[in-house]
Write a protein that binds this ligand. Structure first.
Ligand code: CO
Length: 184
C-alpha cells in the first residue's frame, strides 16, 4: 500500500515517536509499505511519521543517488527503534531536501560521523558507525522520529526568508509528483 506523504505543518511531524514491539505481526507489511511509498516518491529515506505513524522506524535506500555517491550502492536498510548514541567529527554542509517539504532544498550542517543502535526487520540488533553520506541520511531520518525537520537546523534568518514557502506547504499548496496531505 502506498501512503500519501504528510506535509510540513502537520502536528504529527512534531511529535517524538514511540518505540514499537519488534514482534508486532503487522511490522513486516508496514515495512514493505514504507519501502514502496519511498520508491514511488523517489525518496532516499522515509520515516514513519511522514506517512502518519508516530513510531520509531525509518527506511533508507541510497541506490537512487549512488551515481554521485558510490558508497550508497546497496545501502538499503530498515532502522527500527534506533538510538543515535554518539555524533562526532566536524560539521559538514550538504544540500538537503525532504519529501515532507516538496521543492525545498537548503544547505544543512550536521556532524560527519555517528554511532547508532537499532534493529532490522528480522529483529537483529546492530551497533554501527556511519560517516559521510550514510551518516547524513541517517541523521535526517532520525530527526523525523524526534519531531525535528531540516528547516529547524537552518539559521533563524534563513528560516525567516523561507517563511512564505513554508506557509504554502503547510496549507498543502505544493507541486509534488507524489501524493501529499496535511494532517490536522
Ligand atoms: Co525528511
Amino acid at each position: 500500500m502506498i501512503y500519501p506523504i504528510v506535509l510540513y505543518g502537520s502536528p504529527l511531524l512534531r511529535k517524538v515517536s514511540q518505540e514499537i514491539d519488534l514482534k508486532d505481526p503487522e511490522l513486516k507489511k508496514f515495512l514493505d509499505d514504507m519501502f514502496e511509498t519511498m520508491y514511488v516518491s523517489d525518496g532516499v529515506g522515509l520515516a514513519a511519521p511522514q506517512i502518519g505513524k508516530s513510531i520509531r522506524i525509518f527506511v533508507i535506500d541510497g541506490s537512487e543517488i549512488s551515481k554521485e555517491h558510490p558508497e550508497l550502492l546497496g545501502f538499503r536498510k530498515a532502522f527500527i527503534n534506533p538510538i543515535i548514541v554518539e555524533a562526532e567529527g566536524e560539521n559538514v554542509t550538504y544540500n538537503e531536501g525532504c519529501l515532507s517539504l516538496p521543492a525545498l532544498h537548503e544547505e544543512v550542517q550536521r556532524p560527519s560521523k555517528i554511532r547508532i543502535r537499532y534493529y532490522d526487520e528480522n529483529g537483529k540488533f546492530y551497533d554501527e558507525i556511519f560517516d559521510g553520506m550514510k551518516a547524513r541520511i541517517v541523521q535526517h531520518e532520525y530527526d523525523h522520529l524526534e519531531g525535528i525537520l531540516f528547516v529547524d537546523r537552518l539559521s533563524p534568518l534563513r528560516r525567516k526568508m523561507l517563511r512564505g514557502k513554508l506557509n504554502e506547504i503547510a496549507k498543502g499548496k505544493v507541486n509534488a509528483a507524489y501524493k501529499t496531505k496535511v494532517l490536522k
